[in-house]
Design a protein around this ligand. Structure first.
Ligand SMILES: [Zn+2]
Length: 465
């Protein structure tokens, strides 16, 4: 909100509270959504690394125009569509190595809390009812616009304000929408209807984290009006600061333009995960600071693959020194200094508004030092290598770019190359009319559940179960 880096002081030193705006579950999430979710995951991991106890709440918006419209298109109930996409979201998040939040509240399970918050605002004169809908009266909140830093006239020009002649002020927004025929609806003091998007987050954040939360995160597209409206509702109702620190994750771009569903310009996270290992995608997503745009393209992902191969090779070579901290002798090593430098650079980078790009730089500088040290004639002694191993695995765990799965993924690549090699040998045999060898390769691969298909363009293979 102040537009500068500030010291982080949690309201309650015993527990840092984070609220992250989750997906509207009308479809699978794309890589841009994944970036926001991943940033939240890394903030939480880093705060834990720094010794904080963290409570993370990430909501699911499971009732919304988009859900109702999509459900009608595909011919299922809104509830069913939201449920299926909610499950898919959890599945995709898990595949990306994102730890589940402590609470994943659903909007439809918090209707009483939303009604009560709306009632509070009505009682304070900060809302009004028209034909069963309830609107927030923006001019009652003097600080409206303080997060997005917009002047009242800009707020009008920039907002995607629905034309609704009945509103007192075009900036006013609905907190409760009167039911339309055929739409899901709940009972309320103002008649049947459903909540607006903004009130959902205010009510769920306060229910699970209290009136003031430490960190509120979301995509940069949510800054206005969504987060501005969350502040207006929450702060007018409670008289307390709603969120002490805001984190807005920049867009992911593809071919230079914003990745988004409405732009019809997106890569689904699950499709990306079918093509690249988890750690490669994570490395790519943290390769830029979260406030900077990042461009999704095959070249960047290939770069991330190369970087991870270097990291994994280094850690494989270091693993045998794991835990060998004790050794007699007073030998000192420049590698030990490099380990200390890396740890302090990593912390300095992450302390400066979670600068993951610089943090990665520190990690890979140490990887270079380790490789030099391992290939040198006078190798660094074991305790230095053990320290390097520990420092690298701990920091990589914060970014989630190293775990055993990464090992598996490089094995997968090698496996594919080996099968290709066998096919090549079989092709050579066939051109010599050596049918015995050709059949033997086909049959033995079949035993390994690898099926060869001969096509006009040559042989292909697939794994069958
Ligand atoms: Zn929200």
């Amino acid at each position: 909100m102040s537009r500068q880096v500030e010291d982080f002081v949690p309201l309650n030193p015993e527990q840092v509270s984070i609220y992250s705006c989750g997906p509207t579950v009308y479809d699978y999430i794309h890589m841009g959504n994944a970036r926001t979710a991943l940033v939240t995951d890394i903030i939480r991991r880093y705060l834990a690394y720094r010794g904080y106890n963290v409570k993370l709440v990430q909501n699911l918006t499971d009732i919304d125009d988009k859900i109702i419209n999509r459900a009608a298109e595909v011919g299922v109930s809104a509830k069913q569509l939201a449920h299926e996409n909610g499950e898919a979201f959890f599945e995709d998040s898990q595949r990306l190595g994102i730890h589940p939040a402590d609470v994943h509240p659903k909007a439809t399970e918090h209707i009483p809390e939303m009604i009560s918050l709306i009632q509070t605002l009505l009682d304070k004169g900060a809302a009004y009812v028209i034909d069963g809908s309830v609107y927030y009266r923006v001019n009652q909140f003097a600080e409206y616009g303080k997060l997005s830093n917009r002047k009242p006239e800009d707020l009008l020009a920039g907002a995607r304000v629905e034309v609704d002649e009945r509103k007192e002020d075009p900036r006013d927004f609905d907190m409760w929408k009167a039911a339309k025929p055929g739409e899901p609806a709940w009972e309320s003091p103002w008649g049947r209807g459903r909540p607006g998007w903004h009130i959902e987050c205010s009510a769920m954040a306060m229910k699970h984290l209290g009136e003031t939360i430490d960190i509120h995160a979301g995509g940069e597209d949510l800054l206005f009006p969504h987060h501005e409206n969350e502040i207006a509702q929450s702060e007018l109702a409670t008289g307390c600061t709603f969120a002490r620190y805001w984190v807005h994750v920049a867009f992911l771009k593809i071919d230079g333009t914003r990745m988004g569903k409405s732009e019809q310009n997106f890569i689904l996270l699950r499709d990306a995960l079918d093509n690249y290992p988890t750690e490669v995608i994570r490395h790519f997503l943290v390769s830029a600071h979260y406030r900077h745009p990042l461009d999704y393209n095959p070249e960047s992902l290939t770069k991330s693959e190369g970087a991870l191969r270097r990291l994994n090779n280094c850690l494989d070579a270091l693993k045998k020194y794991e835990g060998q901290f004790e050794e007699n002798g007073i030998e000192t090593s420049s590698l030990q200094d490099a380990v200390q430098v890396m740890k302090s650079q990593f912390t300095a980078a992450m302390d400066t508004d979670f600068n993951t790009a610089q943090a990665l730089g520190a990690i890979f500088t140490l990887v270079g030092e380790v490789n030099r040290s391992l290939s040198a004639s006078n190798k660094a002694y074991a305790p230095a290598l053990a320290q390097a191993y520990q420092a690298l695995t701990e920091t990589c765990e914060v970014l989630g770019i190293y775990n055993l799965d990464a090992q598996d993924s490089s094995n997968v690549e090698q496996h594919d190359q080996l099968v290709d090699l066998l096919l090549e040998i079989r092709q050579d045999a066939r051109s010599r009319k050596d049918w015995d060898t050709s059949d033997k390769i086909r049959d033995r691969l079949k035993e390994l559940n690898i099926e060869i298909q001969d096509t006009r363009e040559g042989a292909t293979w697939k794994i069958v179960s």
